[in-house]
Ligand binder design. Structure first.
Ligand SMILES: Nc1ncnc2c1ncn2[C@@H]1O[C@H](COP(=O)(O)OP(=O)(O)OP(=O)(O)O)[C@@H](O)[C@H]1O
Ligand SMILES: [Mg+2]
Length: 291
């Protein structure tokens, strides 16, 4: 079942000057997100990924204006006609720049803010705040001011604030860009758990091919304003032509497989370390049974 369906969406930002032309960013975007699915969105810098995310929670075009064509449906609501505040009860968003999202005086107030606005029972809010801060490993910082946190910590708080709303759909726009490698892995891991355990539907913008291959169900590539391909991580990462055009990287193991296949005529197909190991061991055992 689709929770989000993007139907032939096109969008142009309004002109910066009154006599200017609208600035087209998206054209004929077709995409769906299923319940409980973890979909990764990749695409070149400035390609319209954030704009597409904002079309899913109604900010585009409700706050931006501009020329909007097609339709975006979120759990049966048309995002153009449903107030942003009402859409926010279904779709939570972690913005690319966490600074823009944090405005409370303490971390715990920040995380409680969303559920408070939704009218959640205060006892449940306390539980949700504890749970969300624990998940992103920020419990120890709950009384600090978000303004004093590092970039990575701010990002974690922004994620916790979204999680505390227990949304059906969570959109994360490059949420790991200012985290260290351990923090990046943790975020992907937590998000995947939420997806599996709570059937939350996730759309995450990321360039992190290794983690996408490990955790995402599908990958969509936004290129030249439209979705050039949506497929399994392996199929997308083996599409060398598309990756090159869009300036995206495959996981290193997929590049190793492609190199081996070209050089030795092998037929390795992997994007994850575990399947790389499995296929390489099997191949070695077939070639040298005593190994
Ligand atoms: N409010 C706006 N008004 C006019 N143009 C905008 C506005 N916001 C973004 N743009 C332009 O729209 C295009 C797409 O921007 P967007 O931020 O959606 O891309 P992105 O894929 O998220 O980029 P990045 O990889 O840098 O995050 C860019 O050319 C950008 O300059
Ligand atoms: Mg962006």
């Amino acid at each position: 079942m689709s929770v989000i369906s993007v139907e032939h969406l096109s969008f142009a930002y309004p002109p910066l000057l009154p006599e200017g032309q609208p600035f087209p960013v998206l054209r004929d975007v077709v995409l769906s997100l299923d319940k409980g699915e973890f979909l990764a969105l990749m695409g070149p810098t400035g390609g319209g990924k954030s704009t597409l995310c904002m079309a899913l929670n109604g900010l585009v075009p409700q706050t931006t204006g501009g020329v909007f064509g097609g339709r975006v449906m979120v759990l049966g609501h048309d995002t153009r006609r449903t107030p942003v505040a009402e859409l926010a009860t279904h779709v939570a968003m972690v913005y690319q720049d966490p600074e823009s999202q944090l405005f409370n005086t303490t971390v715990e107030d920040e995380v409680a803010f969303g559920p408070e606005n939704l009218g959640v029972d205060p006892r449940e809010i306390v539980e949700r705040v504890d749970w969300a801060l624990r998940l992103v490993q920020m419990s120890a910082h709950r009384r600090r001011s978000p303004a004093q946190l590092s970039g990575g910590e701010k990002q974690r708080v922004a994620i916790a604030a979204s999680l505390a709303m227990l949304p059906e759909v969570l959109i994360l726009d490059e949420p790991t860009s200012s985290l260290d490698p351990v923090g990046q892995h943790e975020v992907f891991y937590v998000i995947e758990q939420l997806c599996r355990a709570r059937q939350m539907s996730i759309l995450m913008v990321s360039h992190d091919a290794e983690h996408i291959a490990e955790f995402a169900d599908r990958v969509a590539v936004l290129w030249q304003g439209h979705i050039a391909r949506v497929d399994s991580p392996l199929a997308v990462f083996e599409d060398e032509e598309l990756l090159e055009q869009a300036g995206l990287d495959a996981p290193q193991v997929t590049e190793v497989a492609a190199g081996l296949n070209r050089r030795y005529g092998t037929r390795f197909h992997f994007a994850r370390l575990d399947s790389a190991e499995q296929q390489l061991v099997q191949d070695l055992q077939e070639k040298a049974p005593r190994l």
